[in-house]
Design a protein. Sequence first.
Length: 182
Amino acid sequence: MNPATTILVLVGSLRRASINRQLAQVAIDQAPRHVRMRLFDRLAELPLYNEDIDTADVAEPVVAFRTAAAEADALLVVTPEYNGSIPGGLKNAIDWLSRPYGKSPMKDKPAAVIGASLSRYGGVWAHDEARKSLAIAGLRVIESITLSVPTKTLDGKHPAEIADLVRTLRGVVGDLTAEVPG
């Protein structure tokens, strides 16, 4: 296990009070001391990916995002399911991460996808789509790290109030950290 692991965290939902943001925060709060969880909370600021604007003077939010990605050892995506797939903002972020082609700042770094959704399966379609896009973007997706939470199972509670879920999130962070070479 790397003694100074940094995990970049992306939340697919842009809503401040989203369950997925709450899950991400619990994961951040439960991280071991030797793991630095860095939430990139600016997905809404990323322009839609367009190769014409992906130039030396690319928008500042893209520079900040790519810098955070380059400094990270792994990626944790926490996302809901929108219409059977991933939210557009998350897909756009993955598109930015995939460039420059063949030289992604996260190329070959481990990634995991978890989250919650209103669907009775907790967003598994979105999680599958996110894993596929991340793999195509060059990340090493860890298929064995999963968590799909149907929001109705929370029974109106904050994820931090559910001990089993807190333990599971702690395990997710630990398992992802263990995938970081070093």
